[in-house]
Design a protein around this ligand. Structure first.
Ligand code: DC
Length: 236
């Protein structure tokens, strides 16, 4: 059944902690699609810059790093709750890219044009064959503007803060609620006001608000949109 259906491209964008990765992971599994979270690439560059002592303000050095760093995203290699394994030049950095320092600097790093150019190129290559659910901020607008399905997943700031706060707690990190909220406000501000590829819904995106909506309902709603698009491809 899965094999007979044509494979389309699905773009899911939205602000931090709007539930994109959870929803995309479930949908990809159900449809037999590749799930690719582009945020991981910006996080890998940020982590490598911090690890190598490259100042975050040094745009040229960080751009060079983005061009040279070998980022690989593989199926989980360790059974520790990860959705995938991330390697940077062969080193497993799956959890390191979720640390507070990376959260703090990833938005300024991803605002650099050269960094975006280098990573967008790789993301397009991954999306080109289809059968992929790609998640990020600019997938429907810039990376894969031809995607047959574009979803903009949103949720209120309060709800997103609650989710991120609980995520931290699950990993044994206790952070004040208001600090987590402030971090999200800052990231959203930089991500949506940067000059190149800012966060915004594509004109043809379906906007889904997940505030107070259980995750399975959000998944079902998006799955319906994908199935409709598949029927169109088959029928047309
Ligand atoms: O989805 P995330 O929180 O892992 O993303 C981390 C940062 O990477 C986010 O604050 C902005 C940047 N990003 C981006 O600019 N474009 C993307 N397609 C994905 C992420």
């Amino acid at each position: 059944m899965k094999e007979k259906m044509p494979k389309i491209t699905v773009a899911i964008d939205g602000p931090a902690a709007s539930g994109k990765s959870t929803v995309a992971g479930i949908l990809a599994e159900r449809l037999g699609y590749l799930y690719f979270d582009t945020g991981v690439m910006y996080r890998a560059v940020t982590w490598a810059a911090l690890a190598r002592g490259i100042p975050i303000e040094d745009e040229r050095a960080i751009t060079r790093l983005a061009e040279e760093l070998r980022i690989e995203v593989l199926p989980p290699t360790v059974d520790d709750g990860r959705q995938y394994t991330v390697l940077a030049d062969g080193q497993d950095i799956t959890w390191k890219i979720r640390e507070a320092q990376v959260n703090r600097y990833v938005s300024p790093v991803s605002a650099y044009k050269g960094v975006r150019r280098a990573l967008t190129l790789q993301q397009r290559r991954i999306g080109a064959p289809g059968g992929v659910i790609m998640v990020g901020r600019d997938i429907g607008t810039v990376v894969l503007p031809e995607a047959q399905v574009k979803i903009y997943l949103d949720a209120s700031l309060e709800e997103r803060t609650r989710r991120r706060y609980l995520e931290y707690r699950q990993r044994g990190i206790l952070r004040p609620f208001r600090e987590v909220k402030e971090e999200l406000v800052q990231r959203d501000r930089i991500d949506s006001t940067r000059e190149m590829a800012p966060l915004r819904p594509a004109e043809d995106a379906v906007i889904v608000d997940s505030t107070c909506v259980p995750i399975d309902k959000v998944v079902r709603r998006i799955e319906r949109v994908i199935r409709q698009a598949l029927e169109q491809v088959v029928g047309g």
